[in-house]
Ligand binder design. Sequence first.
Ligand code: FAD
Ligand code: NAI
Length: 466
Amino acid sequence: MASYDLVVIGTGPGGYVCAVRAAQLGMKVAVVEKNATLGGTCLNVGCMPSKALLHASEMFEEAGHSFAKMGVSISAPKLDLPAMMNFKQQGIDGNVKGVDFLMKKNKIDVLYGAGKILSAGKVEVNANGKSQTVETRNIVIATGSDIARLKGIEIDEKRVVSSTGALSLAKVPEKLLIIGAGVIGLELGSVWKRLGAEVMVVEFLDRILPGMDGEVAKQFQRLLEKQGFAFKLGAKVTAVDASGKMLKATVEPAAGGAAETIETDVVLVCIGRVPYTEGLGCKEAGIALDNRGRVQIDAHFSTSVKGVYAIGDVVAGPMLAHKAEDEGVACAEIIAGQAGHMNYDVIPNVVYTTPEVSSVGKTEEELKQAGVAYTSGKFPFTANGRSKVNQTTEGFVKVLADAKTDRVLGVHIVGREAGEMIQEAAVLMEFGGSAEDLARTCHAHPTRSEAIKEAALAVGKRAIHM
Ligand code: FAD
Ligand code: NAI
């Protein structure tokens, strides 16, 4: 029987990063993966394919609508959807190969098959009707998450799709009805909107992007509406009739009331994700789950069974690839006897639409609810030189700082490249920096990042360009 220091079940960003860090620390490591390719949701049907389509569709949109005003005259761009899907697939393949390479480079054994925990120290790997059992001193569960389903609405991944089907539609739907105005709905809605679909989003709550700063969400909704998105807030889809040529969705007010029927070509169900532990043997092995089906862990990623740890989407916290990766690193370090640590207060969050939305730290709503006295500094991109010359002035930066200490508690951006810009705020917050620190840091000119400096200056009511 093969034996290891660590067996990681699942090779998403949590699992493969944990395996690499453990190997770096001298452990003999194996990963178990039930899919044919490594990389998990993120590389195969999540972050990477969605970003490839967001990039390609944005180029299509720009070529069709923005080039002419810059004096770049071209004939109207034509969509070649199979070629765009091929571009997406090449991106996936390149990244998956990268993980294969990392496994080889770090001498990590890859065991293809479904992993089942028999007990602490024993993992069974099942593939094609055959099974093998490996021994290991430690186990990390990194089995990720799956799509959340809506009762009574069957996903066929052709006309009624989850994010997975929405990444591979065979043609641009004339009408796309999206259930859920969260990250997936707005990102994948943007892709198909740019490629020509009429997009309507039905959202249960009275706002989009729950969890993001309210002011940001409001302005972002207006920008999306300008792009042609239609929103039905405070509403729910209760049924989808797929018997005819067009789908018929029944939409009701969230609080109940008269229903209406909306005809559409495709329905995208994106109402969140749920932890994935199917077939893992948690119950039999005595590994406790919480009331939402997540593997329960303590502050050191340890489950209720000694020697079994869990990280990533399958445990509590934001379902984000970088959160899973950082947990993977910290967990490997703890297993190696080091002081691995994860700061849950500084996890950036990005929506990769145009414009992008990004945030790190607390929102105004959270600060108000916690009774924290704070000062807010805001700076619009309309007053930022680089944004003006590029004519991409939509959005703003908002810096929230503690009213007494000036320590930065949250930064929120809506605007082009917001996803790249947020990182400096994250670094500042990791070091417990103040708005004054940010405001006194020299920023290259002309950059969009100068808007962050100006928003930090605005905390002290001394923005220069406003
Ligand atoms: P996963 O990536 O889900 O990997 C789990 C792996 O475990 C899978 O490969 C699965 O096959 C395997 N597995 C499960 N059970 C077993 C078993 N019993 N035996 C063997 N293998 C098993 N996050 C971001 O931060 N940025 C983004 O831009 C972003 N975009 C996204 C877009 C979409 C459309 C979706 C769906 C998600 C997106 N996410 C994004 C979320 C991100 O994909 C997840 O947070 C991340 O993949 C979680 O990593 P993980 O390692 O915990 O699990
Ligand atoms: P989400 O949690 O972001 O949004 C789901 C939305 O659906 C919410 O607004 C919710 O109120 C709404 N909703 C729930 N039930 C509903 C119902 N019955 N009818 C109408 N609306 C309903 O979930 P989403 O978009 O599915 O994404 C899943 C996760 O994947 C995200 O939470 C995020 O962690 C991750 N992700 C991250 C991305 C990024 O970082 N850029 C991109 C895509 C996904």
